[in-house]
Design a protein around this ligand. Structure first.
Ligand code: CA
Ligand code: CA
Length: 474
């Protein structure tokens, strides 16, 4: 029987060969559904590497994320499939990478173009799990009611509103902030933490998949004043940047950049606000972890924490995500699971795309054919295990970055390129793509760029509607 090239590609991408060859399926595989581990999925929004245990900013305060990392494996070189909420989250929850789905941008809703997609929570439901969620799990305007048995605040509304008066003040560009005199429970993310904690204290009888989505530290940067107070404005340190940094990047890179005027005062206000929101999000993670630890499911729950994309706070003159550089693609990723050795740090380049197959394997469930990503279980067992592939990030049609342990290689749709050596240049200041001495590195890394790129579903949808204007989100 002949195997078609596409079937071969899907098989290679599915993660199933590893699951079969390594025999690494955890001991839970033979247990009945009722004894399978639960999954608690923390999703943070726009959280870059400004986390204590990742060392991205010397003033970041994240004691709770740090204590979670100490319980399992911290991936220090983890990257998003796309540097934006919608394509990143859709890739994680469907298991299909942007270059195969054609969903590259903040719209459309994946259900509009792909109504029969089976999300991870839907798939787990079919295998006996109770899928539950709260907060920002999918992109904000696109709740996915069919994914959940229960959702807070409701299946049709992902984000609980803040119940406080606040006056936003400007910082850099379009980023606003507010310190509010309010308890966490008055803010949307605080309500999410309370609902998730209550769910953990009274868990369903079935094993559960519980997604806990916090909007912080996404802007507007609103947090209780107590978190702002931890970061006095006069003491704020700005991240390293160079005023001439963009002189050696191609036009395609500049087109992705958001470079508003940012004087030092505005920059310090923005950094303070972002640090305050990270501190607030971290406290909410701690609140949920405390609820888990005192619950009946403390010993039998896999905990995964990730952010959908990173964020530039002035590095490379950029004040956003939406680029193929390190600060946009790198994200915190922590996996804690029964039987996984605590306190490991893994430097291998991995992707959030790997989460779907990882969850399946950790739960002792069969691998899913046709999805992208590769189970991280070999790295959970031994964080220094061989891992040959780099992490791939895609932003728009035919714009890709691959990140290996040492290098970042970017190629844009127009053929222009960037190459950075993280061993010598962790800030990605010097684009080496034009240096012929690095041709062998580029050749080696270029084989990981997708050779087939699905047409942009947003463009296709607009064409079908007989207009080039994007239909408003719902
Ligand atoms: Ca985001
Ligand atoms: Ca530069």
């Amino acid at each position: 029987m002949h195997t078609t090239p596409l079937a071969m590609i899907l098989s290679l991408l599915s993660g199933s060969p590893e699951a079969g060859q390594d025999g690494a399926t955890p001991a839970v595989s033979a247990s009945p559904a009722s004894e399978r581990p639960n999954v608690l999925f923390f999703i943070l929004d726009d959280l870059n590497d400004w986390v204590g245990c990742l060392g991205g900013h010397p003033q970041a305060l994240t004691p709770n994320i740090d204590r979670l990392a100490a319980r399992g494996v911290l991936f220090t070189n983890a990257h998003a499939p796309a540097p934006a909420c919608n394509p990143s989250r859709v890739a994680v929850f469907t298991g299909i990478a942007p270059h195969r789905s054609g969903l590259y941008d903040q719209s459309p809703n994946f259900r509009d173009v792909w109504p029969d997609a089976i999300t991870l929570p839907q798939h787990l439901r079919s295998l006996g799990y109770n899928p539950l969620g709260a907060g920002k799990v999918f992109h904000k305007p696109y709740p996915d009611p069919v994914s959940w048995d229960a959702f807070f605040p409701s299946k049709d509304l992902q984000m609980a509103p803040d119940s406080v008066q606040r006056r936003l003040v400007g910082t850099v560009g379009n980023h606003s902030a507010a310190a509010v005199e309010a308890e966490a429970s008055s803010l949307g993310d605080g309500k999410v933490a309370e609902w998730v904690s209550a769910t953990l204290r009274r868990p369903p009888e079935q094993p559960f998949f519980l997604a806990c989505g916090f909007h912080r530290p996404h802007d507007p940067w609103i947090a209780p004043a107590s978190h702002y107070a931890k970061f006095p404005l006069a003491e704020i340190q700005l991240p390293p940047s160079r005023s001439d940094d963009l002189a050696d990047v191609p036009k395609a890179a500049l087109a992705m950049c958001y470079t508003p005027r940012a004087d030092p005062e505005q920059s310090r206000r923005a950094v303070q606000a972002y640090l305050a929101c990270i501190s607030f999000a971290d406290a909410l993670v701690g609140q949920v972890l405390d609820a888990l630890d005192s619950s009946a499911c403390a010993q039998n729950t896999i905990v995964v924490l990730w952010s959908d994309n990173g964020f530039h706070m002035g590095e490379k003159q950029n004040w956003s995500k939406l680029t193929l550089w390190e600060e946009s693609t790198r994200v915190p990723l922590i996996v804690v699971a029964p039987g996984v050795k605590a306190g490991q740090r893994c430097v291998r380049p991995v992707s959030l795309q790997d989460l779907y197959p990882t969850v399946m394997e950790l739960c002792g469930l069969p691998p899913v054919a046709g999805i992208d990503g590769h189970s991280l279980v070999p790295l959970l067992e031994d964080s220094s295990a061989v891992w040959e592939r780099p992490a791939l990030t895609t932003w728009g049609f035919q714009n890709h970055a691959v990140r290996s342990e040492r290098w970042r290689y970017i190629r844009y749709a127009d053929g222009s390129e960037e190459l950075y050596d993280h061993e010598q240049d962790p800030n990605e200041w010097t684009n080496l793509a034009g240096d012929p001495r690095h041709a062998p590195v580029k050749l080696e890394l270029s084989r990981w760029f997708p050779t087939e790129n699905a047409a942009d579903v947003k463009a296709a949808k607009a064409k079908r509607a007989g207009t080039t204007r994007e239909r408003p989100g719902r």
